[in-house]
Design a binder for this molecule. Sequence first.
Ligand code: BTN
Length: 267
Amino acid sequence: MGQPEALDDWEGRPVEEWARRWGVPLLEAYDELPSTNDHLRVLAEAGAAHFTVVIADAQTAGKGRGGKHWESPSGMGLWISFLVRIDSEVPPILVPILVGLAATHALERLCPSLRPGIKWPNDIEVEGRKLGGILCEGAGPGAVVVGVGLNLHQGIEDFDPGLKGRAASMEMAGCRGVSRSKVAGELLSAARSLVDPPPPLLDERLRQEVRDRDILTGRAVRTEVGVSGQAIGIGADGALLVEVEGRVQEIRAGGVMPIDSGAKGAT
Ligand code: BTN
């Protein structure tokens, strides 16, 4: 198979026009890619600029965190990656937290009845179901490829049987007809205000915002690094704070599962 060919037009307009509207240096759009993250990593290694954006209508090998597959069917969601260049003092775990916050702002702006939450470190949830995910990958010194997948138009029957009951889309949450271009525009604008550049630590205002969106606080959790206890929040550097027998442990790797039924809904 040859190289995928970039589209001249996306969603009815020239890609240069979207790039101009969104204030990003470059947009590459494709009908299909294996993974927008993998494609953007190649561009990053060749020197692509901060906030270069890659979008694919479908991904054939969409990647989730922990080596999982990310379902990315054509026309059903926004599969997007953008490049964030960061200073060495920015803790890498902060980037998915800030982009998660940006995604909740964007979705809520497009659908004010929605109240999306963040599940550390990289999930966007609505009513206990996963609506989106973020995969941040390093692409050389100071370069982070930020991949965001947001389910928009799926019905419950469109998800793999293994995801039923755990996955959600904007449509399923009652937000119909939201176009990918609108979601991309709002997401990039919200991301620009939070990670352009990313702060070295969350200030008190951002910590409060994260606290308001965090769906784990107060719940019993089990982490992939083997720590179980009660989630008590997210630290200024993006670490998950888990209280175990009166002591606070800071988790910076792996994922986490709630192990209670959870007033906010378990995943
Ligand atoms: C997760 O929740 O596990 C992260 C999912 C990230 C999916 C997005 S879709 C666009 C970008 N390209 C990929 O291959 N993955 C991310």
